[in-house]
Write a protein that binds this ligand. Structure first.
Ligand code: ADP
Length: 742
C-alpha cells in the first residue's frame, strides 16, 4: 500500500481511505503490537461492536479462542517477516461469540522517515455467504453423485463432462476412469446415436428439453439398457447462451421386470382359475368383462367358452333386471366381499330358461377385478322346499285329521304338533304346543306313558295299546279314560328316532258299556243259575219217582227235559265264564294231574253222550302236567263237542297225545265241515261264529273256543287249528309240562 500511496496525491489518498473506510469490507488499524485503534463501520457491524471507543483492544480479542495461538505466532511472524499476511481466519462476534470466517489481508504500516513498523492495517471479507453457497453446492453434488438415477453433463460438442456414480455403475465405467476421455459412441448403438443426433439434441437445443424412452449400451458387456431420459439445456445465467446439456436417466429394467412379474402373476392367477375345482370366474373393468372363467363356471352359466372376453351383460343378457350386476357394482365400489346364500338366478342355460339357486361370493381384488366363486345348490334348495312343503302337508293332514294325533319331538317329548282332537282329548288348550309332555300334562307323572315313549327313542319299535286306562285332568278333575292308541317312531336320515307320532281314540264310553254289559252278564247268569238249580233238583226227584226202568212217554219227556236243563246249565256256565274272563276274575287252581287219564275219562263220557260218533283215543303212558284240571277238562270237552257237532256227515273223531320233555300236545281231529283259512284265528275270539249260509245252522254262543283259549293262555300254553288232510280240522292244545311261576 505504501507503494501505492506514493503514486497518488494526498487528496487521492484521502479519497482512497474514505473508500476503504466506508466500503462494505472490514477495515481495522492497530498498533505494531496488534492493539486495535480503529475498526470501520462495516467491521463494527460485522463484529457487533457498538462504539469506536470499545474497539480499543488487542487483536486477539477479536478472533475465536482457537485462532489466538495462530494469530500471535504464525500470522504475526509472517507479518513481521514479509510485511503482510493473507489468509482465512475466524473472527468472533463480540456479543454472540458466533464464529465469522473472513478472508483477511493484513499489512504493516511503516514510518516513512524511520522505516520502522508503526502499525498494522487489515481488510477482511465476510466469507459466510460464500461458504454457505459452497456448502449448498457440495450438498447438491452429493445428491447428484448419490442419486440412484444416471445424471450426466454433456458439452455442446457432445463430449461427456460429468457422470455421477450411479451413472458410472450403470454404464460400467470404473470410478477412476476419466469420463471426458470416453466418446459417447461407446454408450450407444449406431441407431441410438443417430436418434440422439437427429431427435434428442435438436429438441434440447430448440425447446430446452427432451423426455422419452432411450437405450444405452453397457461399456463392458454391451448389454442394451432401456432408460427413461430427461434432458435439459443448461444456459449461462449471465449471457443466456447454452453451455451444456444435462441428462437424468432412470433404469427401466426393474420396472420392466416388475411388470413382467405382474403379468406372470396374472397368468398364474388365470391358470389357477381355469384349473380350480370350484366354479370360478374373473370380471374386469367397468363393463365387468369376463377376463377368465373355468369350465365349471361356464357350465353353471350354461354358456360356451366364446363368452370369455365379453362384458358380463353381453355374455349373459338374461342377468338384466336381476340383482347381480348392481351387487357387483357395489362390491367394486366398496371393496367389501358379498356373500350370496341360496340366491335365485334366472338363467338361459343351453337354450333353456331355468331357475337355479347359488351360493356365491364376489370378492374385489385391488386391480379393478372381481373374483366370482359359485356353487349351484338348486337341488338342495328344491329338496329343502319339498321337505318344508311335505312337512307342512303332513302338519295340515294331522291338524285336519278327525283322529286325535300329536307329534312329540326329541327325548324331552316336546309337543310339536297336536290337533284339536288331541288337545280336546287331553282337556287342555293350544298353549300346550311347544311344551314338553310332562309340563303340559303333569298328571302323567307316575303313569306308564312317558317312560314308554322314552323307551321308543331307544328301541325304535312301534307301540300299540288297546283299551288302556289313563288318568287325565279334564274340567279341573282327575278322571279315568280308556284309549286305543299307537306310538309310532319317526326316523331321521341317519336312522335315529327324532320324534314319535301318537294317535289315540277315546274308547272310554265303549269300555264303560262293555263293563255294564259284563256286569249284566254276570248278574243275569247268577240269577238264571238259581232257578235252574231248583229245576234240576225237581227233575231228579221226578226221575227217581218214575224209576229208571220206566220207558213210558212221561219218562222220555222227563229225559228230554233233563237234557235241555243240562244244555241250559252249560250255556249259563259259559256266560259266567265269559263275564269272569272279562273282569279278569276267572278262577284257576293249578295242581299236578295225569292228562292221559283225564282225556281218557272225557272221551268215555262223550262217547256215551254221542253214540252216533266213534271217538278213537290211544295214549301210551301217563303224562303228568300242572294246571287247573277242571278247566283243562272244559277245554277238552269243548273241542270234542265241536268235533262232533261240526261233523254231521262223518262219524270219526281221533284224539291223540304226544309229548317231549317240555311240552305235551293234545290233538282232536275230525272229518267234518272244516274251517276256512280266513276264520282260523277269528274263531278264538269272543262271540265269533262262522256264518254257514244256506246250510245247516249249528247251535252255540260262539264263546266255547274263546273260553278255551283263555284257559290255555292261563296254563301258559297255546291253542290253534289246522285244516286236516282229507277234510275236517285238527285242533292242537300245547301245554308246558312244568309251568313257570309268575
Ligand atoms: P260255538 O258255540 O259256536 O261252537 P265255539 O267258540 O266253540 O262256539 O266255536 C266257534 C266257531 O268255530 C263255531 O261257530 C264254528 O263255526 C267253528 N268251529 C269250531 N270247531 C269247529 C270244528 N271242529 N269244525 C268246524 N268248525 C268249527
Amino acid at each position: 500500500m505504501n507503494d501505492l500511496l506514493k503514486l497518488v496525491t494526498v487528496d487521492q489518498q484521502k479519497q482512497l481511505l474514505a473508500l476503504l473506510i466506508n466500503g462494505p469490507d472490514f477495515v481495522s488499524l492497530s498498533s505494531a503490537e496488534g492493539n486495535v485503534t480503529y475498526i470501520n463501520q462495516s467491521g463494527r457491524r460485522l463484529l457487533g461492536i457498538e462504539s469506536i471507543a470499545s474497539t480499543y483492544k488487542h487483536n486477539s480479542a477479536y478472533v475465536m479462542p482457537h485462532e489466538i495461538e495462530r494469530l500471535q505466532n504464525g500470522i504475526t511472524t509472517t507479518l513481521i517477516n514479509e510485511g503482510r499476511w493473507i489468509g482465512q481466519i475466524e473472527l468472533c462476534h463480540s456479543t454472540t461469540g458466533e464464529p465469522i470466517p473472513v478472508h483477511a489481508t493484513t499489512m504493516l504500516i511503516y514510518d516513512e522517515r524511520t522505516n520502522a513498523a508503526v502499525g498494522r492495517a487489515t481488510i477482511a471479507r465476510d466469507l459466510r455467504q460464500e461458504q454457505k453457497a459452497l456448502t449448498q453446492q457440495q450438498k447438491l453434488m452429493t445428491l447428484i453423485s448419490h442419486s440412484k438415477d444416471l445424471m450426466s453433463l454433456l458439452t455442446l460438442e457432445g463430449k461427456n463432462e460429468y457422470i455421477n456414480d450411479s451413472g458410472k455403475k450403470l454404464l460400467g465405467i470404473e470410478d477412476q476412469q476419466d469420463v471426458e476421455a470416453i466418446h459417447i459412441s461407446n454408450f450407444h448403438t449406431p441407431d441410438q446415436i443417430a436418434f440422439v443426433e437427429n431427435e434428442v439434441l435438436p429438441s434440447v437445443m430448440k425447446t430446452g428439453e427432451w423426455s422419452g424412452h432411450f437405450a444405452i449400451k453397457h461399456f463392458k458387456t454391451g448389454e442394451i439398457i432401456p432408460l427413461e431420459n430427461n434432458c435439459i439445456r443448461i444456459d449461462d445465467p449471465y449471457t443466456g447462451k447454452p453451455t451444456a446439456i444435462g441428462a437424468v436417466m432412470r433404469d427401466l429394467r426393474p420396472e420392466i421386470s416388475a411388470r413382467a412379474a405382474i403379468l406372470e402373476r396374472e397368468e398364474k392367477f388365470r391358470t389357477l382359475i381355469t384349473q380350480a375345482p370350484v366354479a370360478i370366474g374373473l370380471l374386469e373393468g367397468e363393463d365387468l368383462m369376463i377376463a377368465a372363467s373355468n369350465t365349471q363356471m361356464l357350465q353353471l352359466w350354461g354358456k360356451k367358452e366364446a363368452i370369455i372376453g365379453m362384458p358380463l351383460l353381453k355374455a349373459i343378457p338374461e342377468l338384466k333386471g336381476q340383482p347381480f350386476i348392481e351387487l357387483l357394482g357395489e362390491v367394486k365400489k366398496s371393496h367389501k366381499n358379498y356373500y350370496g346364500n341360496e340366491v335365485l338366478a334366472k338363467l338361459n342355460r343351453n337354450g333353456k330358461q331355468e331357475d337355479a339357486y347359488f351360493n356365491f361370493v364376489y370378492a374385489a381384488t385391488g386391480d379393478d377385478q372381481i373374483i366370482v366363486v359359485a356353487t349351484e345348490v338348486t337341488l338342495q334348495v328344491l329338496n329343502k322346499r319339498a321337505l318344508v312343503e311335505s312337512e307342512q302337508r303332513f302338519k295340515n293332514l294331522v291338524l285336519d285329521a278327525p283322529i286325535a294325533t300329536a307329534l312329540y319331538r326329541g327325548k324331552d317329548l316336546i309337543i310339536e304338533i297336536a290337533n284339536p282332537a288331541m288337545i280336546g282329548l287331553w282337556g287342555k288348550d293350544s298353549s300346550v304346543l311347544g311344551q314338553s309332555l310332562i309340563t303340559a300334562l303333569p298328571e302323567l307323572e307316575g303313569q306308564p306313558f312317558i317312560p314308554r315313549l322314552q323307551e321308543i327313542f331307544e328301541t325304535g319299535v312301534t307301540y300299540h295299546s288297546e283299551k288302556e286306562m289313563a288318568q287325565l285332568v279334564v274340567d279341573g278333575q282327575l278322571q279315568r279314560f280308556w284309549f286305543n292308541y299307537t306310538y309310532k317312531p319317526l326316523f331321521d336320515t341317519k336312522g335315529d328316532v327324532y320324534g314319535i307320532l301318537n294317535m289315540a281314540v277315546d274308547v272310554s264310553s265303549l269300555v264303560q258299556m262293555q263293563q255294564a254289559r259284563d256286569d249284566f252278564f254276570s248278574l243275569a247268569s247268577h240269577e238264571l243259575k238259581t232257578p235252574l238249580t231248583t229245576l234240576k233238583g225237581y227233575h231228579q226227584l221226578l226221575q227217581e219217582k218214575l224209576g229208571f226202568s220206566d220207558d213210558s212217554t212221561e219218562k222220555k219227556m222227563l229225559d228230554k227235559i233233563g237234557l235241555q236243563i243240562d244244555k241250559l246249565t252249560q250255556l249259563i256256565i259259559e256266560m259266567l265264564d265269559v263275564s269272569h274272563i272279562q273282569v279278569g276274575k276267572m278262577p284257576y287252581y293249578a295242581s299236578p294231574f295225569d292228562l292221559r287219564k283225564l282225556t281218557g275219562s272225557i272221551v268215555e263220557d262223550m262217547q256215551q253222550i254221542y253214540p252216533t260218533h266213534e271217538i278213537q283215543f290211544t295214549s301210551p303212558r301217563p303224562i303228568i302236567i300242572t294246571a287247573d284240571q277242571d278247566k283243562i277238562a272244559q277245554v277238552m270237552t269243548n273241542l270234542l263237542d265241536n268235533a262232533i257237532k261240526y261233523s254231521p256227515q262223518t262219524t270219526n273223531v281221533i284224539v291223540d297225545i304226544v309229548s317231549d320233555d317240555q311240552y305235551v300236545t293234545v290233538t282232536v281231529r275230525d272229518f267234518g265241515i272244516g274251517i276256512a283259512n280266513e276264520n282260523r284265528e277269528k274263531i278264538f275270539e269272543q262271540f265269533y261264529r262262522v256264518n254257514h249260509s244256506n246250510e245247516k245252522t249249528y247251535p252255540g254262543l260262539g264263546v266255547g273256543l274263546y273260553i278255551s283259549s283263555e284257559i290255555v293262555k292261563r296254563a301258559q300254553g297255546r291253542i290253534w287249528v289246522e285244516p286236516a288232510e282229507g277234510g275236517g280240522s285238527t285242533f292242537y292244545v300245547r301245554l308246558p309240562l312244568h309251568i313257570n311261576p309268575f
